[in-house]
Design a protein around this ligand. Structure first.
Ligand code: CP
Ligand code: NVA
Length: 300
């Protein structure tokens, strides 16, 4: 594994390795065992979009591993004034040991990897959010004890979260049912990948998708960059909410996850959110442990 660009690139073994290391690092952190596995290493973190969890967990993770994180706001960099990605990448490759980038186009992340010669980590694009999905898989495995054979149901927008969850969960042997309104389907690349899996189903009806699910997941209806469509999307996603009624169709002990930030009253009701807050905030914490595992694998 040279980079973390998208879930489609990872093998089941690579995902399992990352999850195992993440569990170990979490256990060791809780027991005061320190490993400065990235002493002397530097990670540049380029942000073209806002972030709370990704930024803080990467910074803290690098610090805990003995390395140095450098926050690079794209609006303060020459890349924000049009310097090409291929030049930025070749320059940063000479200073840094790795780059994490959060941006719009997936092609920008792929280009950084193509032109530079250091590991690139995708911290979210419009296409996918692999760091989040590793934390989600870690959380599900922690609560349920396994992944293989479980059913993940995702209700809502065919966005970066849905794209990556479909791929990550199928690769880990889970059944995947998603429900989204027409016009908001997952990316074609993801549908092409999923078509070989008998345990993948795309529904228009949230109720059908949620039936007997072990894990129910959602995300905002309007992602970063789609703020102007918020009103239109609120209408399009009417009925695609995780609420008590929908949860009554899932298994009795079903988990609920949300990558956050959440919009209570839109994609999830406040009562379901609070009932599952323990899982949701464990998921947020697990960003730290899963990303440390990725950093060790790529930069260590
Ligand atoms: N879930 C997630 O990526 O959160 P941030 O946007 O706060 O980084
Ligand atoms: N789909 C959301 C995820 C935020 C972590 C977005 O892209 O804004």
């Amino acid at each position: 594994m040279k980079h973390l660009l998208k879930m489609l690139d990872l093998t089941t073994e690579e995902i399992t390795d990352i999850l195992n290391l993440a569990d170990q690092l979490k256990y060791e952190l809780k027991h005061g065992i320190e490993h400065k596995l990235l002493a002397g290493k530097t990670l540049g973190m380029i942000f073209q979009k806002a972030s709370t969890r990704t930024r803080v967990s990467f910074e803290v993770g690098m610090y805990q591993l003995g390395g140095l994180p450098i926050f690079l706001s794209a609006s303060d960099m020459q890349i924000g004034r049009g310097e090409p990605v291929e030049d930025t990448s070749r320059v940063l490759s000479r200073y840094l040991d790795g780059i994490m980038i959060r941006t719009y186009k997936q092609s920008e992340v792929e280009d950084l990897a193509k032109y530079g010669n250091i590991p690139i980590i995708n911290g979210l694009t419009d296409f996918c959010h692999p760091c989040q999905i590793l934390a989600d898989l870690m959380t599900i495995r922690e609560v349920k004890g396994c992944l293989d054979g479980l059913k993940m149901c995702y209700i809502g927008d065919g966005n970066n979260m849905m794209n990556s969850l479909i791929v990550g969960c199928l690769k880990m042997g889970m059944a995947v049912s998603v429900a989204c309104p027409e016009g908001y389907d997952p990316d074609q690349q993801v549908l092409d990948f999923a078509k070989d899996y008998e345990n993948f189903h795309l529904y228009r009806s949230p109720k059908e998708a949620a039936k007997d699910a072990d894990v129910v997941i959602t995300d905002v209806w309007a992602s970063m960059g789609q703020e102007g469509e918020a009103e239109l999307r609120r209408k399009a996603f009417d009925g695609y909410q995780i609420n008590k009624e929908l949860m009554s169709l899932a298994k009795e002990d079903a988990m609920v996850l949300h990558c956050l930030p959440a919009h209570r009253g839109e994609e999830i009701t406040a009562d379901v959110f609070e009932q599952h807050a323990g899982e949701i905030f464990e998921e947020a914490e697990n960003r730290l442990h899963a990303q440390k595992a990725v950093l060790v694998k790529l930069l260590g």
